[in-house]
Design a protein around this ligand. Sequence first.
Ligand code: HEM
Length: 406
Amino acid sequence: MGRAGFGRAARTGQDGTVSVNGASGASESGGASGVPAPEPAEPQAILTPLTEAAIFLVAVAGAGAGPAGGPDAGSLAGIRDLFGDLAGLVRSVGTREPRAYLTCVTGIGDRIWDELGGAPRPAGLHEFREFRAPGRLAVSTPGDLLFHIRAGRMDLCYELASQIMFRAGSALTVVDEVHGFRYFDNRDVIGFVDGTENPAGAAAERAVLIGAEDPEFAGGSYVIVQKYLHDLAAWNALPTEQQENIIGRYKLSDIEQTDDVKPSYAHNALTSITDDDGEEVQIVRDNMPFGTPGSGEYGTYFIGYARSPDPTEQMMRNMFIGLPEGNYDRLLDFSRAVTGGLFFVPSQTLLEQLADGPLDAGDAAAQPAPAAAAPAPPAAAPPPARAGAGSGSLGIGSMKGISRDE
Ligand code: HEM
């Protein structure tokens, strides 16, 4: 996939550049004053190539996802302890088979942030936004924490997930667990190669890592997940040509259709978005197939990382509502989203800090932030405009859009 290499830590440098393995031009030894500059925040292992295996665990604090009340103190303490232990667990399991490159990315949901993180809030953190149109729903489901566990072998993913659950004890209840596998040449169970147009290298780092736009949370990211179930019998009954028009690529070769052939409703047409300057706004996806044929379940676990939730929400809006409204993603005639969650992914540095307690304003301000990070993403979306406001602009500044109908 050409993304940042296995085990290499991408860093947001103090000059705003993102570097890998600390190899940026940024000085870490101090400015003109001679005072040592603080270490830049170390991102979690978001940018790893597609793996053979993954486990996605979505959990809520405590005994369950009851509608009332926040998490109890005991569960919060257990979660903090787990945050403190996570890096060690990954080392203990991963070092037993280093070639399998075990990683775990931890995300924190909106409901639990205030108790875990304290007053400073990541600018883009909110509940998952639902998108609804007749016959289509991007549903929001409960989730306080996400663990995205990846490795070249499922046994390592399994072992780490087990150790996390043993360690969490009654502090967490898992509400969704998916075991994903690599299917041939990185294909979805619908038979198309998935992940081709992901950004790579520095472009991927720019797409996913928060920079100067939210300096307290620099080196962090946002992740949106959705578990999709496919009506595979109906999909397989479609002629390949129609499937290709729905995806916008040729099935066998994975080559993109040319603009004169590709329908405006093609999946890759609706999920390609640009800013006001015509620049593509990208996210990094790490979708995995999953399934239990015996019970007729065939799925794709969608997972998209970005430095703001806006681009992924924009893509989802285009898919579910349509661009323009009604010109929706026909993939949704065969695929149903049964979960939906948005999580803030703190930097590794901040995750370990949260083990010691919530940040007060001073702590967060102390998070070293780049002076001038990579260009900030489009501004946050304004309050929803109701249907009919099909002006074409979402006001996400810069992104090609449609009216909101949430
Ligand atoms: C049923 C669930 C989904 C399936 C099976 C699926 C499958 C695919 C496939 C096969 C491609 C073409 C190859 C590639 O470039 O990766 C693709 C592209 C893409 N998908 Fe999805 N996808 C799903 C859901 C989503 C969702 C929910 C989003 C975003 C909200 C999304 C965003 C994208 C993007 C950004 C591209 C690349 C577009 C381009 O620049 O060409 N996908 N997807």
